[in-house]
Unconditional design. Sequence first.
Length: 129
Amino acid sequence: MTIRRIILVLLGLCVTFSLGYIIGHLSKNRIDGGETYAYYNRDPEKDGFGKVISATEKQLTVTEYNFETDRYVKRNYELQPQTYLGNFKSIKDLKPGDDVVFTYLEKTDGMCVISMIVKELYPIRRSNF
């Protein structure tokens, strides 16, 4: 009977440590750069779209529509070497006036980091609706 108890206690400890490890590992949701999700706001990734004003290896500036103010605004986004480029090979392929769609995370300091960006093949039409 004591051997059975020892085995059950060891099994219980193994399950407890395994669950603790899994929960701890999942709570650190890493992005491609290896930084932990805690560095960013707790909101999930957000989607954005706009017209390119300028693009460098480290920063993308776009004109996008702000639904809160009902106006087009200029906004800067941070790019990293790990940023996934959807249908183009280099940030240098983006030219002013290109329409882009992207996914980003907002850092706690307010700067946004793009994790994925795609160039629109067909221009986005702006309307008065």
